[in-house]
Ligand binder design. Structure first.
Ligand SMILES: [Zn+2]
Length: 151
């Protein structure tokens, strides 16, 4: 990863910047697990729409940096690896939940049909028994747990 900068939210040097085009720049911080992009500004209608569908915890955790960019917790969902998402009762008591994906076996595949596709089944499922909580600044450990980052 060559586009790493200092995160304006947590100060770590693991913030990955991607210039999608001249107008849109995305920032994804592996230090704190938060993300933002150039259109995530309070007055922006698109931003307002985007956050309206977020879980309450996500709304509560959104914060504004010195450039008026709104940072929100990331939500990773990779069908063949797993999920990492912010989880907890309140913004003063939360962490990252990581859940591993496991292959669907031949015996159980009937339980995981792909909607609107006859006789097709998912190959992977999220195994909630693997759910493990990580602290706020252990985001990278959570990603390692689901093998997105090496151990
Ligand atoms: Zn950060």
């Amino acid at each position: 990863m060559d586009n790493l900068t200092t995160c304006t939210r947590c100060g770590s040097d693991a913030c990955y910047v991607d210039e999608v085009n001249n107008d849109i720049k995305t920032q994804f911080c592996y230090g704190c697990g938060f993300q933002t992009n150039s259109v995530m500004k309070e007055e922006n209608e698109f931003y307002q729409e985007q956050i309206s569908i977020l879980p309450e915890l996500y709304k509560d955790l959104i914060s504004k940096d010195q450039n008026d960019l709104m940072w929100m917790p990331s939500m990773i969902n990779l069908p063949d690896k797993g999920m990492v998402f912010a989880n907890g009762p309140s913004k003063s008591d939360w962490g990252w939940a990581a859940v591993k994906a496991v292959p669907v076996t031949e015996e159980e595949k009937e339980k995981y049909p792909i909607p609107n596709q006859k006789s097709k089944f998912y190959e992977w499922r999220m195994d909630m028994t693997t759910l493990k909580m990580f602290r706020e600044l252990e985001y990278m450990e959570a990603l390692s747990y689901i093998s997105v980052l090496p151990e």
